[in-house]
Design a protein around this ligand. Sequence first.
Ligand code: KIV
Length: 278
Amino acid sequence: MLNKKFNINSFADAKKEGHIISMLTAYDYTTAKLLDEAGVDCILVGDSLGMVILGYENTLHVTMDDMIHHTKAVSRGTKNAFIIGDMPFLSYHTDIKTTVENAGRFIQEAGAQAVKLERGREIINHIKAIINAQIPVLGHLGLTPQSVNIMGGYKIQGKSADEAAKLIEDAEILQDAGVFGLVLECVPESISRLISEKLDIPTIGIGAGRYCDGQVLVVQDMLGMYKDITPKFVKKYAEMGTGIVNAVQSYIEDLNSRQFPEEKHTFQLDDSVLKKLY
Ligand code: KIV
């Protein structure tokens, strides 16, 4: 039985006990508080905030300062969930010292408990240096959106035998380097199943099928709020976008028909005070 408060050891415990790890993204205090109340195991402050919060066409414009600002808000709203900060494009692509300092900001300034980095063997020394600095790292393989310009679009990864073999090797390299878990994004189900069976650390899937040790979704996608793109792997658990549009239209109608505000929404002044004003 896992602790209510999810911590770094809970990832290994979850894999041992067959507890499916629930992870969702959040970028603000109110949403984090609701996800925490619902009992989600982990909150990822994803660089997907570039698209669903800041309205960019991809995640490449997100800065360290954006990430720290939003991770701080999520920390203020979270009691039990484990918070992971997503290292944005260029925050770990230069020298190792800058990488460790940037990872450290998520912990020291923003209150995250771990960081996530995209890709495998190419950045292994950077990952090892972060772990050496006592900061837990979540790996991320498969479709790595920060590589969109190199990949030539958002495509399923690991479809050829060579690609799949590299993916499996990378997963093992990351495990050996000491990551506590691994996000697998948009890979064929048979490959994520094989990786999940091979590794001792848990895999967290997004568009990676049914056999991962946990799942992650972008919260705006699963709540039906972000309508620009809906990937095939998303299940909508609510239609909050439509709910918000309907609620705002009712508000506008109420204003026009003077049905809001009502007396119960107003503050009254004592008559004796009012008389002095006339
Ligand atoms: O940025 C993000 O939200 C992510 C998840 C989709 C895994 O990286």
